[in-house]
Ligand binder design. Structure first.
Ligand SMILES: [Zn+2]
Length: 246
């Protein structure tokens, strides 16, 4: 490969790394915030479910108190049976007892339903707590990894900037100027590999004559379509080891 081209490839690698670091400086904090928000909303969901359980338990206690009072009323009414003087009073008392018993039946039924709901809510709470515990474990270690990566970005960027400065020293000013012009036009991407006769920058087919020049590792060549500097890299051993199937 032409030496200048080799330096341009290196320069591109450094510039791409620097761009990547810049991108991560924006996206990592966003990802960290997303994780925090996700955990926050799961915790709120759990709190809502806990409040729902408390509300059901309150309802149950209320019904049980009501049931106790009603039972007490029946007991007292039953004792009064022996004190009444007239048949009319007796009939009224029986009616009162009958209605109170009906009411206790309803209350008992309602308490049973509430107990079922409390059981179900308790079980689903347990599942939610366990789910949240697992999620927190997973997300917190993810978040810590992201925070760690974020902390290392500054150092990584200065390493690549230093490397870039060293590379730039090796590139002839004319080529550097052309590189920068092409990079500006292509979102910072000025050097592309050619694979299977296709520019990997714009995916257009390189004209055969130009392709031959690239294969011969000739001078610096630019893609006629996207103007990126293009080069051919013989397939690595790993790639050539992939035998076609069938
Ligand atoms: Zn191209």
């Amino acid at each position: 490969m032409d030496e200048q081209l080799r330096w341009l490839v290196e320069l591109q690698r450094a510039d791409s790394k620097i761009q990547e670091v810049e991108r991560l400086r924006v996206t990592l904090p966003e990802e960290i915030e997303r994780i925090k928000a996700e955990l926050q909303s799961e915790r709120e969901r759990l709190r809502d479910a806990e409040q729902r359980l408390e509300e059901l338990q309150r309802q149950r206690r209320r019904k049980e108190r009501e049931l106790e009072q009603e039972t007490e009323r029946i007991k007292k009414a039953q004792m009064r049976q022996f004190e009444v003087k007239t048949n009319k009073e007796y009939q009224a008392l029986l009616k009162e007892i009958e209605m109170a018993k009906e009411h206790t039946g309803v209350l008992e039924e309602e308490i049973l339903v509430l107990m079922d709901e409390i059981d179900a809510q308790g079980r689903s709470l347990e599942e939610m707590r366990e789910g949240l515990r697992r999620l927190e474990e997973e997300r917190i270690s993810q978040r810590e990894a992201l925070e760690h990566k974020l902390e290392g970005l500054e150092a990584e960027k200065s390493r690549w900037l230093e490397r870039r400065a060293a590379i730039v020293e090796q590139v002839e000013p004319e080529w550097l100027a052309r590189y920068q012009k092409v990079a500006r036009r292509n979102g910072g991407w000025a050097v592309a590999r050619v694979d299977g006769g296709t520019c990997q920058g714009c995916f257009m087919n390189i004209p055969p004559q130009l392709y031959n020049e690239i294969l011969k590792s000739g001078p610096l060549v630019q893609c006629p379509f996207c103007m990126r500097f293009i080069y051919y890299e013989p397939p690595a051993e790993a790639q050539s080891a992939q035998a076609p199937r069938g």
